[in-house]
Design a protein around this ligand. Structure first.
Ligand SMILES: Cc1cc2nc3c(=O)[nH]c(=O)nc-3n(C[C@H](O)[C@H](O)[C@H](O)COP(=O)(O)OP(=O)(O)OC[C@H]3O[C@@H](n4cnc5c(N)ncnc54)[C@H](O)[C@@H]3O)c2cc1C
Length: 422
């Protein structure tokens, strides 16, 4: 078998690369190890497919803390707005939800995947599923083919690697691309889990006191252990689990926990601000006001309706306040402690779930060795990379998928130009 361009991987990056290369009239073959394409895309955004984010380009870049700036060139060729127009033109109307997240109006991921598949079929792209690739065959600084696990070799001089990272391997992404890139001389930066739940050995986590408790509209911060300064903070929702914390802001903070622990620290300190829009003084005033209204009630009851009920005993114990103290006798120092805990509840964390359990893989093919305009390897002509296999990682919310689509588009278009020039 022969193809002008072989695309390995049919996730968002590979499918978009197939579209862009197909548009240029190249003979494109897309191979994937699975029986279905776009499996991870289909489970993104809670199974509704978070196709992109509607925010301005700078916001997109800011939400890709793992080397987002590398994407300026590809986003100039195919931006998030182009992604939106693209799907609308395929008959998939999109809707915007909170924080700019874009979903199909139908809320059905399979509509998005099917529209992409129909489009690339219309462009004449050949698709081969159940075809795991074993290796890319190089011969003296050029590509000569792609060898499948069956032993079959597809002859080609141009390959787009779009095999994703190492996370959620049942979707097909098992980190195969790193090996092929290394064989071509590429550096793989340290791989680590990102957008991943965080683990903690705090007694109240271990004894499951808070398991299942959701906190809404709070602020979660990661502290620098040495300088006691804040590394990052995110506002939103989190949930306590039997091993630590999860939920949108825990996922967003997770990569900063990983980076802190990588510096050799055994644990990292996180803080939760239960009232990010209030000062500590305002919290004290709130509690005093409630106490004055109900002078004979125990503090634990006064705080009901003000704080999440399951947190109250823990907060009172940590603040050295007897939960049966009546409001009329609220001591000043413990009240100050309580307000401090409400504003900066400390949570010592010691790790995250594994890279396989993470939503996204951090690290990957070093960007120093990839041309940001074309996604072509600087080391091996005819070799292109796109999507999560690269050292790019963003927050969930459509940012990784945008990175996959935009780099896929650039790789597809420039691989076509490359083939036409040889
Ligand atoms: C549960 C979940 C929810 C997510 N939600 C969001 C979200 O809301 N917003 C967001 O931006 N991102 C989200 N992500 C991340 C996002 O889905 C990925 O970043 C994105 O899918 C990466 O695209 P990709 O094309 O690079 O790789 P993938 O989607 O991983 O696709 C890689 C493809 O390559 C194929 N492949 C791998 N190895 C081989 C081989 N040897 N031979 C042949 N084929 C191979 C695989 O079968 C697979 O089809 C989520 C991820 C998960 C797991």
């Amino acid at each position: 078998m022969k193809a002008e361009i072989v695309i390995i991987g049919g996730g968002p990056a590979g499918l978009m690369a197939a579209y862009a290369a197909g548009l240029e009239g190249c003979k494109v073959l897309l191979v994937d190890k699975g029986d279905k394409l776009g499996r991870k895309l289909a489970i993104s955004g809670g199974g509704r497919c978070n196709v992109t984010n509607a925010g301005p380009i700078d916001l997109i870049i800011r939400n890709i803390p793992g080397n987002g700036k590398f994407l300026y060139s590809s986003l100039a060729q195919f931006s998030n707005q182009n992604i939106i127009q693209f799907f609308e033109s395929l008959g998939i109307p999109l809707k915007e939800e909170d924080r700019g997240r874009m979903f199909p109006v139908s809320d059905k991921a399979k509509d998005v995947v099917q529209a992409l598949l129909d489009k690339i079929a219309e462009l004449g792209v050949t698709i081969k599923t159940n075809a795991p690739v074993k290796q890319i065959v190089y011969d003296d600084q050029r590509i000569t083919g792609v060898q499948l696990a069956t032993g079959e070799t597809i002859e080609t001089n141009c390959v787009i690697v779009a095999v994703g990272g190492k996370s959620v391997p049942y979707t097909g992404s098992t980190g195969d691309g790193y090996r092929w890139a290394e064989k071509a001389g590429h550096t793989i930066t340290d791989l680590f889990p990102t957008e991943v739940p965080i683990t903690s050995s705090e007694p109240f986590i271990r004894d499951k006191t808070l398991q299942g408790l959701s906190l809404r509209d709070v602020r979660l911060a990661v502290m620098d252990p040495k300088r006691n300064r804040q590394v990052i903070e995110h506002d939103g929702d989190l949930i306590f689990t039997h091993f630590g914390i999860s939920g949108p802001i825990a996922l967003r903070c997770s990569q900063f926990v990983v980076k802190t622990l990588k510096k050799g620290h055994k644990a990292a300190l996180m803080t939760i601000d239960l009232f990010p829009t209030k000062t500590k003084e305002a919290v004290i005033a709130d509690i005093k006001q409630r106490a004055e209204q109900e002078a004979k009630r125990a503090i634990k009851n006064v705080l009901r309706g003000y704080l999440p009920e399951r947190l109250i005993p823990l907060l009172l114990t940590k603040a050295n306040l007897d939960e049966d103290t009546t409001s009329a006798h609220l001591p000043r120092v413990p009240l100050d402690n309580l307000a401090e805990l409400i504003k900066r509840f400390p949570l010592e964390v010691d790790g995250t779930l594994s890279i396989e359990e993470a939503f996204v893989t951090g690290g990957g093919i070093s960007l120093k060795e990839v041309d940001p305009k074309t996604m072509q390897s600087r080391l091996m002509p005819g070799l292109f990379f796109c999507g999560e296999v690269l050292d790019i990682h963003g927050y969930t919310g459509g940012f990784n998928i945008t990175a996959a689509f935009t780099t896929g588009y650039s790789a597809g278009r420039s691989s076509a130009a490359h083939c036409q020039s040889i």
